[in-house]
Design a protein around this ligand. Sequence first.
Ligand code: ADP
Length: 626
Amino acid sequence: MNWGSRRAAILLRAALMTAVFLVWGSHAVASDTLVAIADRVPRVLILYPYDERIAATTTVGEALRSRLLEAKDGKIDLFSEFLDLSRFPEAEHVARMARYLAEKYAAHRPDVVVALGRESASFISANRSSIAPTAKIVAAGFGNSTADNLDLPDDVIGAFTTFDILKTAEMARDLQPNARHLYIIGGSSDFDREWLATARADLGAFSKLYDTTYLEGLTIDEFVERASDVPSDSIILALTIFKDGTGRNFIPREALRQIAATAGAPIYGPYQTYIGYGVVGGNTVTFDTLGRTVGNLVLDAIAGKPVADIEAPQTFIADARQLRRWGLADKDLPPGTIQMYRERSLWEEHWLAVTGAFGVVLMQAGVIALLLLERRRRYDAERRSRIHLLEAVHLNQSATAGALSSSIAHELNQPLSAIRNNAEAASELLRSGNPDLELIKQILLDIQEDDQRAGDIIGRMRGLLKRRREIDWQEFDLNDITSSAIHILHSEAERRGITLHTNQPTSELPVLADKVHVQQVVLNLATNAMDAMMDAGPTKRTLTFATGLANQKAELCVSDTGNGIPEERLSSIFEPFYTTKQAGTGLGLSIARAIVETYGGTISAYNRPEGGAIFRVILPLAAREE
Ligand code: ADP
């Protein structure tokens, strides 16, 4: 393997020291030593030069592993060894490690050994006969001496990298089309100077387009100062600064960090490791790309295909923060540029969570909308049925008033006649020579009382006909309603020869409802009872109202001595339009039930054993604060 002649190999040293993967010379080698892998999964041993904390090697290793596992669908044995040669460089450790690995892999000889880094490559080259005598060796990695010093066997193949300053310069030109000045920064070490020479050659034509200045042989302070003074329409290309003009050693990216902090124009560099240290970006080979490239070589080796040195594909990388800092547009980046430190939008960052949250919110909104709609529907339906009920009750009231009108007129006639008679009597007395003023006074009082009676009758009639637009909720004593109903009915009952009977209420029965509605229930039951008793013929007609407490509820029973209800009708007596009367509507009981249920109560009908029907109304007691 000819490891020393390429420019890439020169650049290797810088890359090694800056923790960048690099170049090894190319030399095609046919794969003829690979042992045929028959009937077992291939074994690949990955040698890491340092320990597991070195991000550069582990990143390459991980990219390599996932490429292999993906391509072989998991059917591959991967072994990793961290040689720790940086902390234990001494020959004893190397020998011990070689013995250990030789024994460890005695029964599991690897088919391919991937040596990441120069130290790994040297290690396996020196010890391959004891560790992996038949394995193909693929090298790609770190080191801190020049690649051309490596004395690697010819059949070791390499995945190498090239750091192309021209491509980096072209990237800068695309991002800054208006730039007029070009500055190239390089240090004073041998390597730095070699890099500068390479850049001069590579950028020959390119630099002619600009007012070009090479900043070299400067101290770190001079670099910082000169970079800060450049015009804003400048491109700064950073190579490496391993040493400054005074011979002071630097890790290039650390030197670059100082320069970039106050630079007057964007800085570009060809190393991934410069990203995050103040450069906008450049053309390089990323650890990921290198890992995948090595992976492809290994796959070919396993498959027994001829394998040759290969150059890992280059990628443009950029630091999104620096693009923003300098106002450079994403659209001017070369296609496929990997942007690092890119702030992803809320959507990009948390699309799953955002989608999930959005879905949940949408679902919630949907459920809420449905519930609101449902509530609205229910509310509308309730309102409609309430209006219907109110209208029906009013018609029912009118019908009752109509039915009772003649007896009410008759009842009204009594006080009116009494008033007339008393008025005439008073006139008579006044016409006499010596009027009895005491008597006249008494007569006038009687007239007042009769007027009051007539007023009460008219008031009850009005109350009976009171139309409701909305339910007038109020708390009242159920006993009072019974009494007022009796007042309304008594003359009709009298006219029909019916005795009204009421029990003596023992306690108040507070209920919460519309008084007029509950009174209508009582009137419906009572008029039905009176009708039933008329049908039964001239037996003893008694209409009884009984109120009381039943299971912590208010109870009202209206019973009669009529013929009762046919047994088969008992269960459906409250259905609308059932009537046995010539002029009946069959609505009285159904309206009564609707009213009672509106106020949370129940109504039921029975036949009394001794004859006649009994209707039982139960209403909840109004909750009273203690
Ligand atoms: P209507 O009074 O217009 O017929 P109702 O719904 O008030 O309508 O009554 C329906 C029917 O129920 C009556 O026609 C009658 O046959 C029967 N009914 C109601 N109350 C009694 C009762 N106390 N005794 C016997 N039958 C009754």
